[in-house]
Design a protein around this ligand. Structure first.
Ligand code: ATP
Length: 401
């Protein structure tokens, strides 16, 4: 898509596919048009060129009636919460249910109070938006975004106005919601911690273009100066206070850096991938992580070497953690939709570089892609549910049932 306001071009040729059910983040310096992008996705703004295709319908071309129906698939948390100032939080949160459904008031009450509880606002439901803190307004906006069980959730800076602990709760909530209802989520954020730990995929807008969009490891290990500067939060680099810097400024900065002057950024190594936040134990397995792993393994050979190594390390780390305890080991088994049970004292080994994929019924696919994993299970607990194929020491395929 390309979007301008009058003669001011906001971004051009932005093209991406949000993988269904996955969690995505969009980063970018202030004013690069991230909020405009979200509003374009729901048809509140219209691109001059391009299309927004949702479930096969191009919402830039469809009728007003079709757009109205498609909007019901969305739950949107706007940057400022966008609550009606004259309505209580309860009525704000109930609004989409009253507007879009024929539900009776007692059912509406049940749903609203459930969401109020979910976002930690129990007891505040009768207050007006003007009587609560910015962070509470944000959480009320999220509750309202969730009442219709949306298939697509757009969150414009869910963390703004929240302290780090509340931010962690909101992030966890988004991951739990993704596990529970398999919604496709797009989070616009400046919060690097969210970007590092929450999304499956990350994109970045800069200089009117989408710099990149793909598995989180691609951006986090990127060598692009704009990405590195943004992640580090450093004033030295291509991103300036208002607009891009000219050569003279860049040269002056280089001299300051050479003289040991700090640009204020963190020295964190972002290529050290932090494990993604997992759903709470009472949540179902996040189907998105299964699909995402498969999607990533399909394209891994086309990614930069740093990203490839980071992805392999992430997968190995995920599997290692999952196998550490019997409980999470069960999760791994469920995640892969495949039994990894072997007689006590025996192990299963899969070799890095010899990825073997096992297709199972439906959409789930098990992938063995870890550098040597051993799971020991008492013989009486062995359950083999399907034929599997493994790669042996000699690199030959062998099957067993
Ligand atoms: N309705 C509008 N009419 C004209 N210009 C607009 C409109 N909405 C946004 N803009 C302009 O589009 C540009 C991008 O704004 P946007 O709010 O999308 O940025 P952003 O990346 O979300 O910024 P931030 O990170 O600071 O929230 C800004 O220059 C803004 O002034």
């Amino acid at each position: 898509m390309t979007k301008s306001f009058g003669s001011q071009n906001i971004w051009r040729d932005v093209s991406l596919t949000l993988p269904a059910g996955e969690v995505n983040a969009l980063l970018g310096p202030s004013g690069t048009g991230k909020s405009v992008f979200l509003k374009t996705l729901i048809g509140l703004l219209h691109p001059e060129q391009g299309s927004v295709i949702i479930d096969g319908t191009d919402i830039t071309q469809c009728s007003a009636k079709e757009l109205y129906e498609i909007r019901k698939l969305f739950g949107v948390l706007f940057q400022d919460g966008a609550l009606f100032g004259s309505m209580s939080l309860y009525d704000n949160i109930a609004f989409p249910l009253r507007e879009h459904t024929k539900k009776k008031e007692d059912e509406i009450r049940r749903i609203v109070m459930d969401k109020v509880e979910l976002v930690g606002l129990a007891g505040a439901e009768d207050k007006l938006p003007g009587e609560i803190s910015g962070g509470m307004r944000k959480r009320a906006g999220l509750a309202r975004a969730l009442v219709l069980d949306p298939e697509i959730i757009l969150c414009d800076e869910p963390d703004s106005g929240l302290d780090p602990v509340r931010t962690a709760y909101i992030s966890q909530l988004l991951i739990d919601i993704n596990a529970e209802i398999d919604a496709t989520i797009l989070i616009v954020t400046h919060n690097i911690n969210i970007a590092r730990t929450i999304p499956d995929n990350i994109g970045m807008l800069f200089r009117k273009e989408l710099v990149m969009f793909g598995p989180r490891e691609v951006l986090l290990t990127s060598e692009q100066p704009v990405v590195k500067q943004f992640l580090a939060g450093d004033r030295f680099g291509p991103i300036g206070m208002s607009e891009e810097k000219d050569e003279a400024v860049a040269a002056a900065e280089a001299a300051m850096q050479a003289a040991g002057i700090s640009g204020g950024g963190t020295k964190d190594d972002f290529s050290e991938i932090i494990p993604q936040v997992q759903p709470n134990p009472d949540m179902p397995v996040r189907q998105a992580s299964i699909r995402h792993r498969q999607n990533v393994l399909n394209i891994i050979n086309d990614l930069p070497p740093n990203a490839q190594a980071a992805i392999r390390a992430s997968i190995a780390e995920e599997d290692r953690r999952a196998m550490e305890s019997p409980e999470t080991s069960a999760t791994l088994v469920a995640m892969a939709n495949h039994q990894f049970d072997y007689p006590a004292g025996h192990g299963f080994q899969a070799y890095d570089g010899a990825t073997e994929q096992i297709s199972t019924a439906g959409m789930a696919t098990a992938v063995i892609d870890a550098p040597t994993q051993v799971v020991e299970t008492p013989t009486e607990e062995i359950v083999v549910t399907e034929e599997i194929t493994a790669v042996t020491d000699e690199g030959q395929a062998s099957s067993r049932e």
